[in-house]
Every structure is written in structure tokens, then in C-alpha cells.
Design a protein around this ligand. Sequence first.
Ligand code: NCD
Length: 338
Amino acid sequence: MDFIGANILSVSQFERADIERVFDVADAMTPYAKRDKVTRVLEGAILGNMFMEPSTRTRLSFGAAFNLLGGTVRETVGITASAMAKGESLYDTARVLSGYSDVICMRHPQEGSVAEFAAASRVPVVNGGDGANEHPTQALLDLYTIRKELAAHGRTLDDFRIAMIGDLKHGRTVHSLCKLLCLFGKVHITLVSPPELAMPEVIVEKLRAVGHEVTVTDQLESSIAHVDIVYSTRIQEERFASQDEANRYRGRFRLNRAIFTRYAEPNTVIMHPLPRDSRAEANELDIDLNEHPSLAIFRQTDNGLLVRMALFALLLGVENQVDKYAREVNWHSRRNPV
Ligand code: NCD
């Protein structure tokens, strides 16, 4: 695909070569993400961050990624703090904001809203999550992480086993990740959820249509026994009609050190898109795994910066000029090596 000026709305727009391109550029961003060097390649460019749903890492890492390339970030957070609370349409908002920005990242609770916004925008729009539909940049950073973690054990994306656990019905990260996995060789996917929160059938069919082996279950222990990646997710409480309904599923699957040690193979990697719900009644990924070498959740968030820097560089056509505008950092960082 031609990245320059493209909207990033769904992982379905990518071919395998596009993914590899993003990953190569992401690798090259490492010295900048680590602050060994700074670059001014996007000096003067403005990212418009428009987050109409709660977000910590997606919003901040989009912003930090743009800053690390030398650009500036302007943002509006929450529908109540924007003119949408006064009845302004997505169309008008897009026309206005795209006059102030060179690229826009947007999160919104309604499925399809980011595509609607992008149709009216005069600059590229990146989907930071549209309701339960998709979260394409999260899927890219998840896949980038899976690739790196597998490579550490001499494995590749064309032959591995993954268990996805939790609210697979409403989880946009697992929707996008499954669609992206359709571009790769031989993946065995175990989908672990209560039957009411199962992965949409249309996505399961897509996986099977490309020859992936898919197992659907509600058993946690047996599912984590023979996999390379465990991908845990949160019950998406904001997508339920009531908290009472969400409460029925909270805490249904709990991964902790005892269960992991007992059932999983030692090299199994633990991932989670975060936030993990650490309240006692949920606790899907226990803090007693925090120091476990298999826990990749913070390697995952660090990788998010690299992948989002890569996307911005590609969308604005500067991926080959990043080093040309680089210099050493002025400050002394206390940052520990990653
Ligand atoms: C996810 C999201 O917002 O879809 N988080 C993220 O962006 N890293 C997952 C979630 O909220 O549970």
C-alpha cells in the first residue's frame, strides 16, 4: 500500500509486505525511543489527538511518538470537553480539526465513527479504537511484540500457538489481532471466553478460511498448557448494558503465578493490551507475575512507541529522513537500559 496520506482504519487494509515495512521502520526507531538520539524530522507538523473514550497508553504513546519525531501534539479529551457535547457532527469536527493538524488520531465509542470522521477529514486519520470494532495500531504493536518474543526462542510468526482469553466479543484488540493473523502461515488459536462473550463468528470463519486451527473453549488451565503466547484481556465493562451484567463475568479467568507455573510451558509469553483490571473482583492478570521473565506487558507498551513512530514516519513520508535530522541528546537521562 501507499502509506503517504493513507487513513489507518482497519487491519484489513494491510498486506503482509505492509506489515513487514512497518516493522522494519519500527526497528529503526529504537535509538530515538531510547533517547540515545533525537530527531527533528517532523518539526512543524501537528498531530491532532482526539480521544472520546478513556485512554492512557494509546493517547500518550501516539503523542510521545509524534514528539519523539520532532512534531507537536494538540488534543481534546472526552466528548463533554469538546463541541460534540453541543451537538456538533463528526463531519464538522473533522473539517475543523483537519485544518489544524497534519495527521489525526481518534478514539470514539461508536463502531464506524472513525471511518465516518476520516471521510470528512483533509488529513490522514488513525483509528485509536472505534467501539468494539477495531484497534489497528494495537494489533500492529501486539504482532510486533509476538514476533520479537518468538524470535528470542528461534520461532517465527508463521508457526506458533496463541491463547486469547477474556471478553472476546467486545474486545477490539483481539478482533484486530485475529484479522491480522490471517496474513501469516500456520497459527493455532485457542479462544477462551464464556460462551456469551465469544469471538464473533465472522472472525472465527476468517481464521479458519486461511487454514488456521481454531479451538473455542471456556477452560483456562488446559488452554494455556501448550501455547507460545497467552493474551489475556479485560471484561469490556463499558460495552455492557449494565454493570451488573459485566459483574457476572469479572474474575471468571484469573492468571496468576501459581496457575501459570503449574499449567504453562516455561517459555510461554504473557501479553495483555492493558489496562489490566487489578481490582480484587477481576484481577485477570495478577501482580504476582510482575517480575516473571515471561511477562511481556511492558515490553508490549514500549513496542507501542516504536510502531506508532513508524506509522507516523510512513504516513508523512519521512521514514528515510529520520537520521538526517538527528543529533545527540543534550541531557543526561537516568533511564535504565530496556
Ligand atoms: C484496549 C482498548 O482500549 O481497546 N486498551 C488499549 O488501547 N491498550 C483494551 C481495553 O481497554 O481493555
